[in-house]
Design a protein around this ligand. Sequence first.
Ligand code: LLP
Length: 414
Amino acid sequence: WPDGTHLAGQDLVIGGLPATQLAARFGTPCQVLDERTVRARAQAFRTALPRAEVVFAGKSLPCPEVYRWMAQEGLSLDVSSAGELALAKAAGFPARRIVMHGNVKTAEDLKAALEHGVSRIVVDSLDEIAQLGALATHGQEVMIRVTPGVDAHTHAKIATGVEDQKFGFSLASGAALEAILRVVEQPSLKLVGLHCHIGSQVRHVASYEEAVRRMVGLIASCSTRIEQLDLGGGFCAPYLLGDADFDLAGFAHRITGALNYECALHRVPPPRVLIEPGRSIVANAGVTLYRVCAVKASARTFVAVDGGMSDNPRPALYGAKYAVRLVGRGGKPKPVTVVGRHCEAGDVLAEDVPLPEDVHAGDLLAVPVTGAYHHALASNYNQVCRPPIIAVKDGVARPIVRRETEEDLLRRYL
Ligand code: LLP
């Protein structure tokens, strides 16, 4: 739950507001986002690594207001497309603190980044280097995405540091060195750094340490001075009770140690470190509220809610697990399966979770840890309108993303 969340009777108080009140006022499904938790997590990264540039991975929660909070907390912003850049512009995010990095950028993405004057662009293919080289006019700062060949021990669909996936230039095959040469050859580009991102929902600090070792080895073998080393994001969030939080202090200590040691060993000046946390800043700040629409008793008890895979496809995509709590009253628990309203057997939000045995239509359910990659991955499947995001802080609630309406849906059809 977000920091400071507590029970008042059977009601859940988030950001100083009872969940029952929020649901009554803003309707369901709805995502509640605790501003203080987001800001505190952002600060925790800055404090743990005071000399690093902390770059919020904007894809984890694309929303101008959240980008504004990040700007105020002194973070930089990573955008992965012209669309995310448009949100950053709407937020008034300073261009000198924006990095663009999508693993495949279209000409429109690159043009938008150049026109806006983003500070750095991370390149991810030889085609992109050539295209950016032709489009850029004056010393655009560039980083190169490298695949360090490190196993992050995470779900295969979000593991990006190993060989045999589409991201980055392989270190092992020599492709990374070739990319460095290609960037250096382009007069309109200026190589400032190397980048790697080993995956998401990563628990093992040792995987980052290994990435540091390999990346510093690569820096040492370059004839060009590399001033920045971006270690990507991927720091895990605890989704279930008992899951460990990411060991941020241990991470800071160990990667700083590894960096200093390797740089001394290879006799290279230590580069400035960048990190790109997304999930670990926003996941825990979000709580999704759903209303129970129906209870279906068959081989097991299915509790069907008014949202589902259109606002949370993560269980279907990654087998992600969530906790669920009934808000507003208690009762003797029994295991149920919470499902969504979509026309798919895989539209399951949580399996075998304990809810009061008399759970019924009209009950309010709260699902925590829904701040990252929920709004971002939401769809209109079955032409279901996407939920709003309601920011809460010190007893004040305000929508920062409004609920989608049928007019919004119809606007696109010709
Ligand atoms: N940097 C780069 C280059 C990335 O590709 C990502 C995430 C991040 C930073 C931030 O990673 P984070 O700290 O949020 O783990 N949809 C998936 C997660 C995909 C992550 C994509 N890249 C999920 O819901 O688990």
